[in-house]
Design a protein around this ligand. Structure first.
Ligand code: ADP
Ligand code: ZN
Length: 515
């Protein structure tokens, strides 16, 4: 059976989406391949079609145990024999599924990566005829990714012990070039076998909303969009509960979802959302992986997540049907403290933590940039596109002001503090704060001390955020990031580059002579 025929016969689709045919072709030519496609791009078919076309079994390695059953049920509904083996099954069920795999009664077998850590399980795999190994959520293999899983690390070694050498298909929605390279090295994928479809989601309108009260924003939005289905993400269970209770009190049909709820309640609430008894689900990131509700019209993040990868993956759950949908991020600077707190208290090693701190900075830049938001995200993943024309930056009609002088003040202050301090302290020096630490360090003697006193402290910090997002300043990726001036920043100090910013009110300008 040809891939196209299988697409039509089993899934009822007429044509492949971008990248699918090429990926499937590589697999059928036994090439190890890395497929990078955005959420909703159609990754699953890239291994499900080869599974149907190839003679033996396709082994699908996925970290999402809770979804295996749903995926297998969906395949069985399409008359594709599939099964899974994971810790939710008892011994007899595991054996039964294994026997089915050995007898060729199933075409796909889903397993969790931990399974491969068992030498016995590995040995038994050698009794099966395996035609393809698909590694889903392959970014979990990389320490540079945003969702590293230790059980993925030994994956490559385990796979190499399988005596047959079936091709490997690694799939992910969120890989920067660094992560992609890491996946290729670990799974022995030739870099020419990396297939990346565009990262852009043209039907999504991205918005960043700053400084608004979360609950009033949500209520207003939901009242204006009363019939549409949407997801509201928050970072903590507490916040999920707070938003959920508030919306329910306001007669909004909202349900909640987080890992602290019982399995029964979670399933119930998820189904209420899927079957549209509830329009809105308020959830932590525990919700959504593999949820295939195609008509989600909006995804609102009430709090900023810890990385652009996580944000894009979650926001990408809007508009899988290709119809216009919105992805809105509500930003409050204290959200970043929550994300820092998660990292500070994690048990990960230092280099991993450093990487996570960097990701917090990257998403903070997203929030503060004036570049097209869609363009900004795909650039982060290494792709260039034209501005989308409809995001909150593309449609920002505020006037542009020249802020070269303010920028020069900030940059020279950073330099006078020997590029050894963070945003807060730099802002305090510029503001002329009476903070004891500043006196102790004699920063109140600097010529830049107090030269921005006419601005609010918070506005100075926001200006620094903007300069970071625009590449005039850079922060290192430590727990307490220190600022330094970039090459671009130096050219501003030398008077060779003008800086501008869109502002609602004119920023207070003073002359440079007092530096
Ligand atoms: P991903 O895993 O990349 O997020 P999925 O594999 O879940 O995406 O696919 C997203 C949706 O697109 C699914 O509903 C799937 O059935 C549909 N889809 C996939 N490939 C095609 C295609 N070639 N034509 C039409 N619909 C497709
Ligand atoms: Zn745009």
């Amino acid at each position: 059976m040809s891939p196209l025929l299988a697409l039509n016969k089993y899934f009822g689709y007429d044509s492949f989406r971008p990248g699918q045919a090429e990926i499937i072709d590589k697999i059928l030519h036994k090439q190890n391949t890395l497929a990078i496609m955005p959420t909703g791009g159609g990754k699953s078919l890239c291994y499900q079609i080869p599974a149907l076309v190839l003679p033996g079994l396709t082994l699908v390695i996925s970290p999402l145990i809770s979804l295996m059953k749903d995926q297998v049920d969906a395949l069985n509904d399409n008359d594709i024999p599939a099964a899974y083996i994971n810790s939710t099954l008892d011994y007899a069920e595991v054996s039964a599924n294994f026997v089915k795999a050995r007898n060729g009664q199933i075409k796909l077998l889903y397993i969790a990566p931990e399974r491969l850590e068992s030498p016995r399980f590995l040995a038994s795999l050698n009794t099966l005829a395996i035609s393809l190994i698909a590694v889903d959520e392959a970014h979990c293999i990389s320490q540079w990714g945003h969702d590293f899983r230790p059980s993925y690390l030994s994956l490559a070694a385990s796979i190499s012990q399988i005596s047959q050498t079936p091709p490997i298909l690694a799939l992910t929605a969120t890989a920067t070039n660094q992560v992609a390279q890491d996946i290729c090295t670990r799974l022995q994928i030739n870099s020419s076998n990396q297939i990346k479809t565009g990262f852009a989601r043209p039907n999504l309108t991205f918005k960043v909303v700053k400084g608004q009260d979360t609950l009033s924003f949500l209520l207003k939005y939901l009242k204006n969009n009363p019939t549409q289905s949407g997801i509201i993400y928050a970072s903590t269970r507490k916040m999920v509960e707070k938003i959920g209770t508030f919306l329910q009190e306001k007669q909004i049909a909202a349900v909640i979802y987080h890992a602290g709820l019982s399995e029964h309640v979670r399933r119930q609430n998820q189904e209420d959302f899927l079957f549209e008894r509830a329009n809105v689900i308020v959830a932590t990131n525990a919700f959504g992986m593999g949820i295939n509700k195609s008509n989600v019209r909006f995804v609102i993040h009430a709090q900023t997540p810890g990385s652009i990868e996580a944000y894009y993956q979650e926001a990408g759950r809007a508009g899988r049907d290709g119809l216009p949908s919105e992805a809105i991020l509500l930003y409050h600077s204290q959200d970043m403290l929550t994300q820092r707190f998660f990292i500070d208290n994690s048990e990960a090693d230092e280099s991993y933590k450093t990487n996570q701190y960097q990701k917090i900075q990257d998403i903070t830049h997203y929030v503060n940039t004036e570049v097209c938001l869609q363009q900004y995200i795909v650039r982060y993943f290494g792709q260039e596109i034209d501005p989308c024309g409809k995001c909150s930056n593309c449609t920002d009609e505020r006037l542009t002001h020249d802020i070269t002088i303010e920028t020069q003040k900030i940059l020279s202050c950073v330099i006078r503090m020997h590029e050894r301090f963070g945003k807060k302290l730099v802002a305090q020096v510029l503001y002329g704060s009476k903070n004891k630490k500043i006196a102790e360090l004699a920063f109140n003697q600097l010529s830049t001390f107090g030269i921005m006193h006419s601005m609010h402290l918070k506005d100075i910090e926001m200006l620094i955020d903007y300069l970071l997002a625009s590449g005039y300043l850079v922060a290192d990726s430590s727990q307490y990031p220190t600022l330094s001036v970039t090459k671009l920043g130096s050219s501003v100090l030398q008077g060779n580059h003008q800086v501008s910013q869109k502002v609602t009110q004119a920023t207070q300008t003073t002359t440079l002579t007092d530096i």
